[in-house]
Design a protein around this ligand. Structure first.
Ligand code: HEC
Length: 151
């Protein structure tokens, strides 16, 4: 019995250790991190753009579609940042991302709060507040791109 418990404990420790190792080695090369964050931005921007089309009247407003896309944006908004770790400079990211990282992180937080507001509005289906929160969220994208993304 003791032996089995010890074995189980050892196995759990091994699994935890491997898990942690994988988390750190998630991006083995800087290119992997760049590809990851660009992909996350691309998919997020696709849903964001669909909401934009409805907000601007370029596409009919469909509550369920907008709600679905806002939920996708809100979920994906947490993904890119883990792929901006030390040593992953490159892509269209400016060097300021790393040299002024506190400002970059603040801009990322601001965007996540803004898209959470947009998601709340989208789930409620109130088009006026969807328009308002979409505009505010879009401004946080642009704000960060102006400061941290190469043209
Ligand atoms: C805190 C900063 C920041 C915020 C906020 C931000 N972005 Fe970006 N975005 C970047 C950076 C930096 C890049 C360049 C990444 C790279 O090439 O490595 C980028 C790249 C992109 C790209 C291009 C991806 C590619 O394949 O080249 C798209 C599209 C994009 N962002 C959309 C958005 C949208 C939409 C929002 C708002 C909902 C947003 N971003 C918010 C910093 C930000």
């Amino acid at each position: 019995m003791m032996k089995l418990q010890k074995f189980v404990l050892a196995s759990i420790t091994t699994v935890l250790t491997i898990g942690t190792g994988l988390a750190f080695a998630q991006f083995q090369k800087p290119e992997d991190a760049i590809k990851y964050r660009q992909s996350a931005f691309t998919v997020m921007a696709n849903s964001f753009g669909k909401i934009g089309a409805a907000v601007k009247g370029e596409a009919p407003y469909n509550k369920d579609e907008v709600a679905k896309n806002a939920a996708i944006v809100a979920t994906l908004s947490s993904l890119p940042w883990q792929a901006f770790g030390p040593g992953t400079e490159g892509g269209k990211a400016q060097a300021d991302v790393w040299s002024d990282n506190a400002k970059f992180k603040a801009a990322a937080d601001k965007m996540q709060l803004a898209v959470a507001d947009l998601n709340k509005a989208a789930q409620s289906g109130d088009l006026d507040s969807i328009k308002k929160t979409f505009g505010a969220a879009g401004a946080t994208c642009k704000g960060c791109h102006d400061d941290f993304k190469k043209k």
